[in-house]
Design a binder for this molecule. Sequence first.
Ligand code: UTP
Length: 290
Amino acid sequence: MTNIRKAILPVAGLGTRFLPATKAIPKEMLPIVDMPLIEYAVDEALDIGVKEIIFVTSPDKYSIKTHFERSESLEKKLLKKGKAQLAEKINPKKYKSIKFHFIVQQEQIGLGHAISLAAGYIKDEPFAVILPDDLFVSEISCTKELSMAYFETKNSVLAVNKIDANQIHKYGVIKPGKINKNLIEIDDIVEKPNKENAPSDIAVCGRYILTPDIFDFLKHVKEDKSGEIQLTDAIRLMSKEKPISALLYSGKKFDCGSKLGYVQAIISNALNDNEIKEDIKKFIKSIDWT
Ligand code: UTP
């Protein structure tokens, strides 16, 4: 095997930090300028050659499924108006050979639980996990870097980045072992440690390549204090039995599950959009900061 063929995109979270916007619209459908977050995540998977996308959704997130279905009627209307470019955007050719699967996580009892539901689709091959609410921007995508590291090591690889000590309690945090260029061996990993007990300032950040035996470790994970099954706890169990690597990601990362990260992502992408960037710059310059 020379590339990762399957990716799990967990999108079942309640998105409480974005209520009321996320009452009827999943947070993954919020647009970054003119493209929903979820499409960036799918494109990142396609970029490494993924052919099957497994969404783990909550019961009411119909719009994600609709977004990835062909819309013949809208395409016809756009073509009639001479808008072929837009027609390609809504029914892109790149999705023709991709299988989209949808699994419902009835109760939001953690990312680890969400991942475990996809075991039947993954079977016995390595796979990518992409959390769509983290938007990553770099020349070589984070998932591509991870997949290259996977084929080099044949171990599970997680993306990590340095986090301010005051924010560390929100993340899975690694205890680093040996470092080889940008790859760090994981000695231990803990979910949401407090600042005082955190083993480092290096946190897991929304992108993984995992070997399929993670599903066996997930079976042994117990609920945490908040009743959730954490993926980090399964990775911790796995790290006791076999090497796992962390890849220090050096590109830009926006936590679009938070208001601050979401607004930053929109500004950053708008400044890369040739159609509007000069006007956005003028607008920012014209703001009265007093
Ligand atoms: P978050 O921690 O961001 O939670 O989940 P959330 O519910 O989406 O958002 P807030 O905190 O209430 O605002 C991280 C990722 O794990 C998925 C989410 O969809 C997101 O991609 N997740 C989380 C699930 O799929 N199922 C769960 O039970 C929990």
